[in-house]
Design a protein around this ligand. Structure first.
Ligand code: MN
Length: 436
């Protein structure tokens, strides 16, 4: 991949704490105003650059992107399907147009007014039409914490865990963009000590701190994607909050795994940070020597990225959010290339816009736990918030915010955030069940 030119500067003013400098250029989908048709944009400082306007002005001239209409689509899918040569060409041209040395956009006030919009004035939408959603379980510390809680420390990791990236098929219909309120689900669970299950609002609502990647070009049914080609199918990363109802999950999950405790809502951040932007933060993941993975999962190069993650919680009584956890994406035992190679090793095909999430990311420290279940150790060690309120699980009105950031040698970029507020469960008379 191309070297990052750290001397590059934009004519757009970038606030010092902005996640979206000229070295980031994350892609997303937005409406410039209510009822306008969605289109593709790039975040730059506090603004959104409307790529469909640049296309209409003939500003994309390279062989891949000339006369393209993919930025007029209401999702990134068409752009994702084009692959890395197109992504790289588009990104280079956008960086050029935003740079301080290039007059085409900088000196054209009419064009700037049409193409550069205050981020606060636009509506951000889901970046892709996500056909399939897969959730992995790739943090060794998270799997160990959960296994210890439910089976004891001797059997914390299942026998398969160190040999393959465990995952399950999630639900894409309930994936929502950051800012969407989350309704507390009702369902069936068995209260502690009871013999029989009950039905009602979940009493053990939780978040899961995850990072997911969007698939670029698809793959052919029946043909595995080898590990050393996996990155060709990965466009970029988003933050993921995989909301979970632990009581429903615990009662239902044997023998077929997660179902209604998981599929009621998953929130993702709106801006997709590309692998090109993340290149300076590529690093080694944990050693995988004992046991060594099978050859199809044996990595020749690094496929981990140094991304600092944090979770903040704000109750209805709090004036501002408080940090409750932090972790790093690079701590994942199974990296995203291994996840993708394993996903396709049986011939399962990929499609552009598929989302694959990492699974809850936890580290070794007491505060490096990516779920409330772990932070409060299943209620044994409730969390105390600055207001004095305590939490073993989420309360109605709680807002969960996740952020991600990369920093190295003066180069800094971020993911923005994924946030959601938990609403009370519907009352029985509110359960109409007809949606759009
Ligand atoms: Mn999950």
């Amino acid at each position: 991949m191309a070297e990052t030119d750290t001397t590059l500067r934009s004519f757009v003013e970038i606030p010092p704490d902005s996640d979206f400098g000229i070295h980031n250029l994350p892609f997303g989908v937005f409406r410039p105003r209510a009822l306008a048709r969605p289109r593709v944009g790039v975040a730059i400082g506090g603004q959104v650059l409307d790529l469909s306007v640049l296309v209409e002005r003939g500003l994309f001239r390279g062989p891949e992107m000339r006369d393209t209409w993919v930025f007029h689509e209401p999702s990134l899918n068409a752009f994702l399907s084009m692959g890395r040569p197109a992504w790289r060409e588009a990104r280079q041209r956008i960086a050029e147009l935003l740079s301080a040395d290039e007059p085409a956009l900088r000196d054209d006030a009419g064009l700037r007014d049409a193409a550069l919009l205050p981020a606060a004035s636009v509506q951000l939408l889901l970046p892709a039409r996500i056909g399939d959603y897969t959730d992995f379980y790739s943090s060794r510390e998270h799997a160990t914490n959960l296994g210890t809680m439910f089976r004891g420390p001797a059997n914390a990791l299942q026998p398969n865990w160190l040999h393959l990236p465990v995952g399950y098929h999630g639900r894409s219909s309930s994936i929502v963009v950051s800012g969407t309120d989350i309704r507390r689900p009702s369902g069936q669970f068995r209260p502690d000590g009871a013999d029989l299950p009950a039905y009602g609002p979940s009493r053990m609502m939780d978040f899961e701190l995850e990072v997911g990647f969007l698939v670029g070009p698809g793959s052919e049914l029946g043909v595995p994607v080898p590990l050393d080609r996996a990155a060709e199918h990965i466009f970029g990363l988003v933050l993921v909050n995989d909301w979970s109802a632990r009581d429903i999950q615990q009662w239902e999950y044997v023998p077929l795994g997660p179902f209604l405790g998981k599929n009621f809502a998953t929130s993702i951040s709106p801006w997709v940070v590309t692998l090109e932007a993340l290149e300076p933060f590529r690093c080694a993941g944990p050693a995988q020597a004992d046991p060594a993975p099978l050859p199809y999962l044996s990595s020749s190069g690094d496929c981990a990225f140094d991304i600092s993650l944090e979770v903040l919680l704000q109750s209805a009584a709090m004036a501002e959010p408080a940090r409750v956890a932090s972790a790093n994406y690079a701590s994942l035992y199974w990296n995203m290339c291994q996840q993708l190679a394993h996903h396709t090793v049986n011939g399962c095909n990929l499609r552009p816009g598929d989302l694959m999430a990492s699974g809850t990311i936890s580290g070794t420290g007491r505060h490096e736990r990516g779920s409330l279940l772990e932070l409060a150790w299943r209620g044994a060690e409730p969390l105390t918030l600055p207001t004095g309120e305590t939490r073993s699980f989420l309360a109605d009105g709680d807002t969960v915010i996740m952020r991600g950031r990369c920093e190295r040698d003066g180069l800094r970029l971020g993911f923005g955030e994924v946030r959601g507020t938990l609403l009370p469960a519907l009352e029985p008379w509110e359960r109409v069940g007809i949606g759009p």
